[in-house]
Each structure stands twice: as structure tokens, then as C-alpha cells.
Design a protein around this ligand. Sequence first.
Ligand SMILES: [Ca+2]
Ligand SMILES: [Ca+2]
Ligand SMILES: [Ca+2]
Length: 626
Amino acid sequence: MTLHGRDGTFGSLSDAAPSGQPVANAAVPGWDFAPGVQAYRSAFAADGTVLIAGATHKTDFSAPTADRTTVAAYRPEANSFTTITIGPVGPGAPSVADLAPVEGGVAFVTRPALDAVSDRWPAFGLLTTVEGQWRVARLSGDVSGVDFNDLATLPRSRHVLVALAGRKGETNGGLLALRLSGPDPDGRFTAEVTDRYEYPKVRDGQVAVREVQVDPTSREGDERFAVGLDVDRGEVFPHQLIQEFRYEAATGQITPVSAPLISGDLTGGRKAFLEYTSFLYDHAGNLWVSRSEGFSGGALAIYTARQGRRRLDSGDCRLRPGRALDGYRAEADAASAWGQPCPPDYDVLQARHLNAIIGLAQDPASKDIVALAFGGRLLAVRAVPSGDGLEFQVGNPVDLGLKLLPIVDGTAFAQHRLGPVDGAHRVWVTGMHASKGEAGKRLDQWMYSVDLSDLFDPAPVVLPATPGRSVTLQAERTATVTAKVRPGARTAEHEVVSDVTFQDCYAAAEGTTCGYDRTPGDGFVIADESRYGVLHGAMDYRVEVPAAGEYRLSYRAATFPVTRTARIALSAGGRGYTTAADTGGSWLTVRAEEPITLPVGPQTLRLSVPEGGGGWFLNSFTLERV
Ligand SMILES: [Ca+2]
Ligand SMILES: [Ca+2]
Ligand SMILES: [Ca+2]
């Protein structure tokens, strides 16, 4: 993982992530975000430049905090940074809400704050390069709006879709389709609105279109996409659903094809349905959808596109002719919500143990899927076709180490946005940093690039050869990434159960909880899908031993107070070492009695549960050279 930003702003995130991945810092000359601007969504230009949208510090668009509208252009290979300014400098400058690669450049949409007058800035535009310099292209055609939320380019026609948030208390959100042409000999592009779709009223509340994602397998004349809907019920979290649409480029027509959908799974308290949060069509047309309950995550759903069969426009999930959109209701136990339950084909259960997923992306080379969860956690999932279905691997989770960056507690707020994955398996993630109270404050911003291939095949950890030196291996950075598919116990037909389940590690109660160890930050612990700690199975760790010798072994572990027989077995160098691991309910360091002997060279250390010895949670283990 590499952290890109201004020199001297990397805090203590300079050696390893809390989840064990090595960290490098890339100090970028000229890296700078204007006062009141924070780094937001990102996109790649065709030449490999990472373009980073500049948003005001209030990403709920409630008030302006900056006097300019900007997009940052970072060239990773040259390590160079420039800022593109859109429109004038002055009060009320809107945020850049999204960026999307299009023919001839990268399109942008801006969104003003609710009370700001912003008719001096373009709502939609195009960034192009002229002799290597980024600039705002000249554009004709009237594309105006104050609620542009998200952008996507259709795969065949290259027409552009804009998600509309609507205006709070006034209008529902919807969609805009645009045809872009150009440039003419003067370098001018033309944008023409081909269709506009507005959501009808629903009883549950105001509907905003939060996100739009296109199906890359779409056919000419029948391009498919899905939207994510936020229904404002006056509560902290909106009700969230998805809906599939088609677009016919020849007539420029947007038509819904599915009902507004949720999975139909109830929350733990059975009083509400889980929300459908982030979503993505993969290269094969499978649709991945994350569930959430507030900040907590639910299983990651997959609707498969087997043999060209579509899921969302058929069966229970389809739009019924003649039925009003408001007429789709899900009812179960005490729960009642707008939407049609639509059971997925697969549920990846690992996502239930992490925070809610707020973004999904695909590696164009390996086809792996990566998810970003609240709090800056990444989860990678590999799905490969097998017979009539899919087989899965679940990669190591990553804690991006937000709390290790120089963020002033109380006055500042930091979060992340998932960007795209480049051709070298690196996913780009924005490190956002905003002031809670003060407009016009200059705050550091970052970009992370994380190597996804290491998450399925972690590089060996080099053990020390110097007596007294030690190295800590994070339990979550295991080479065991296998998962099994079994019949679903909830709405999905199948469940994907990892052989090793990861849980967030927090520093909640002072001194006693998981995060209070010798590793900066939080990271993860390994556990079991049952939530009772590791109960069975084995997990491998690769190390490189520079010279044969002995190591003292200790585990950072916890067991429930009722557990009395927990034991961890380690096998290495042809021998087994078993350690009693009961901790009485606390996080403790448990030391093995005898040192372990390792031969020189690459070795695999295997941890496992001896017969009857399950029930332990493991944060990390440490090897100290004797
Ligand atoms: Ca987008
Ligand atoms: Ca820690
Ligand atoms: Ca850990």
C-alpha cells in the first residue's frame, strides 16, 4: 500500500498498515488542496492521470465551505500534481460531485450547496488535455441542474447518465441521459439531453438517486444500468434500494425494467429490512449489492448473469405492467418498507462482520471485486465461474489506518471514497479530511493505492536473524483465502462462507480491548462465522527465515470467560507446538512454553485448532529471535 500526499503529512502510517500490509509513502511535490476543499471521488483519465474531485467540507451539500471548484490531476508515474479550476473564484462555489471517463476526456458534474447561488459555474462539463495541460473544454448545449449527484458512461453508445438527487422538500430525484459529441475543429464539444426520468411520489418519503452503475455486458440498443435510491424518511439513515433500467440510444429513452428492490432480509431486531447500499455490475454482468443497517454491514449479495439470463427484469424482481411504483411493498414481522424483495443467488457472509460497504470496484485485469467499508476498511472477493455457478475466495481485509494520520480529533472529520483499480492491481482510495465547524479551512488530503494481489497471496514476512529482535504477524494477513459455498439460510440461494472469518478490532474500552496492542491502529482479528471465535480449521502464514534458529512465540488472543480449553496449535519446520490460550474474557498476550525451531529459507507456519481447543479470537502473533 502506498500513501500519496504532501510531504510530512503521513503521521505514523509509514511502515505497515494495522492489518499488516507494508506501507510506502509517496511525497508529491506541489500536492495541495485549496482552503475549504477536500478530496472526494476519483477517476482515471485515458493517459493514467488520477483525477480527484474537489468537494466542499460538507459532502451533504448543506453549506459551501470553499471559494473555488477544483479537480486535482495526479500523475502517479511522474509523481506530479496540478489543480484544474472550474469557473470563477468566489463565494458559493459548488462541489465537483463526480467524474467519469468519456470520449475525448473526463466528464464532471458539480453540485452547489442548498443555500448557494451558483449559476456562475457549469453544472456539467468536460476536462481535456491540450499539449499535456488539463483544462475545461468549451461546451455548447444547455445542461443545467442543482442536484447532480453521480455520473456514469454507458458502455455501447457512450451516452452519459447523470443521477439526480432532487431538491430537499421540493422535487424527487431522477436521471438525465446526455449525448456528447465533439470536439469540432475549434475544440468545442456539444452536450444534448436525450431523456429525463423523474421518480414519482412514494408515501415513504422523498426519493433521491444517489448512484448510477452501468452493466458493461449491455447490448447495443438495450443498455442496462442500475440506480441506488435514498428515501428520506426523516430519520438519520435513509431507506435504500436499487432499481434496474434500460436505455435505448437510438430513441434516447430511459425505461425502468425492475421493481424498486431490496433483498427482503430482516435486521437482527426483525423490525426493519436491511438496506441495499452500494452496487456494481462486474465484467460478466453479475450484479453485486451490499446490505447495511446504519453503519453496520450485512452480507454482500450477488445476482448472477448465467448464460445471458438476467435476474432483475424477470420473476419476482421485475416491474409489473400497470402497477404504480409506490405499489411495491415489503412486509414481514414488524417490518414494512417500500420495495420488492428480490432474493439474490449468493451472499458473501464475510461482509456481515465489517462496517457497511460504501463503494465497490473491479480490478480490470484479475476481475477481483474490492469493497470499501465505513471507517476505511477494504475487503476483496474473487468469484470464478464453476459449472453452472461461481466459486469464491475472500482476500485479506485492509485497515487503511485512518487514525494514524494527522487528523485533529473533535474539529475534523475524515473518511474515504473508493476510486478505480488500475492495470497493476492497485485500487485507488481517497483519504478525505474535513473541518466540522469552520469554512475555508486548509486541511491535508491523501490518496491511497493498495495492491489487491497481495490480499489473495500475501508476500512472506521476513523474520529477524538478530537475537532479541521480533516481528509481529497480523492474524488477518493469512495465505488461507479459500471459501465454501453452501445452501443459503436466509433469502439468498447460496451462502459463501470463508474458511477464515475476519472481524474489526477496535480500541473501545481503554486498555482492555483488541486495539490496545503494540501495533498502531486497529486492524482485524480472525474469528469464525459463528461469532464464537475460531472453532476449527487451519490458516497459513508465509515467512522467510534468514538463518536457521529458534524463536519465542506469543499470541495476542482472547477467549470468552466460559471458555476453559482453548488451545492454538502451530506447525512449522516439521514439528507441532500447542499453546493453552484461555484469557478469561480479556485481550492478553499468551506465550508458548518452548521456543520454535525454524530452518533457513521460505517456510509456511500453520495455525490450527487442536481437537476440542476452539473458541479463540486471534489479533496477531509474534516471533522473537532467541
Ligand atoms: Ca459514478
Ligand atoms: Ca493497535
Ligand atoms: Ca490484527
